[in-house]
Design a protein around this ligand. Structure first.
Ligand code: ZN
Length: 265
């Protein structure tokens, strides 16, 4: 896209304004989430192109829908990223893919297979992790902790289940299918992104089980990633205070993106 074309700039602004209104109307994002998403969308549209933006939209639309379905089936209160997503979610999921686009533009690699792989690997990790969480919560039995394989209650950071992995796989299929339809037909790029997304999602669970801060609710006794549960301040039981779910997502997405880029070298 030509940065100095006023017509294209206007189109970008109108498209983002429309999306902002839709996100608020359908309560996918709150106000701060929208204000964070606008610069992310702008950078991707101006320094990448419409196809990269559509990939991000597919991720937002499908994960927003998955969250609403899960809330209807099993209720809220399982994770901090519940119900309406805020700026922390947007930044945790959008920062790395946006940086991939910026670095590619700065190094004259815009639109290269390497940039696409890094972008899809990052978004793929975020997408796989989100659907794994949402679909994993529908698993009728207790999931297992990725480090010890002991059964733990649903919603515990680092808990994995067959439903979760099926969710991750579904995200990868939707992502690669959309990418293919948008003209990202290079098989090597799609394979690199798929593999990295599944690995990134697994790394996310591992970080969740180890360094992520976990709290015990003083009311219901549940181990949760939320600082506040049942309306009361929960007590920390393990992990690092500064490492919340968003920090874990950010690290895992960085890993997914870098692995995907490395596979293209
Ligand atoms: Zn509680």
């Amino acid at each position: 896209m030509n940065f100095f074309d006023p017509v294209l700039q206007l189109e970008v602004i109108v498209a983002l304004a429309l999306l902002a209104l839709l996100s608020l109307k359908f309560r996918v994002l709150d106000w701060k989430g929208v204000l964070t998403a606008i610069p992310v969308g702008y950078v991707i549209l101006v320094f990448g192109d419409l196809r990269y933006f559509v990939i991000l939209l597919v991720f937002y639309a499908v994960s927003g829908l998955a969250t609403k379905v899960r809330v209807r089936k099993v209720g809220k209160g399982f994770s901090e990223k519940d119900w309406v997503r805020s700026w922390r979610n947007v930044l945790a999921n959008g920062l790395i893919p946006t940086l991939v686009i910026i670095f590619a533009a700065l190094s004259n690699r815009s639109g290269s297979n390497m940039m696409t792989a890094g972008y899809l690997g990052g978004i793929g990790t975020a997408f796989a992790d989100t659907l794994a969480t949402e679909i994993g919560l529908l698993y009728p039995r207790d999931p297992r902790l990725i480090t010890s394989f002991k059964r733990v209650e649903r919603g515990r950071p680092g808990a994995v289940s067959p439903y979760g992995y099926a969710g991750g796989l579904l995200a990868v299929i939707v992502l690669c299918g959309s990418a293919y339809l948008l003209g990202f037909g290079d098989v090597r790029v799609l394979l690199a992104a798929s593999f990295s997304a599944m690995l990134g999602m697994t790394f996310d669970s591992f970080l969740g089980a180890t360094i992520q801060a976990k709290y015990r609710c003083v009311v219901c006794g549940k181990i949760t990633e939320s600082r506040i549960h049942c309306g009361e301040k929960a007590e920390k039981v393990s992990g690092l205070e500064t490492v919340n779910t968003h920090v874990v997502n950010l690290i895992a997405i960085l890993a997914g993106s870098l692995i995907s880029i490395a596979l293209m070298i």
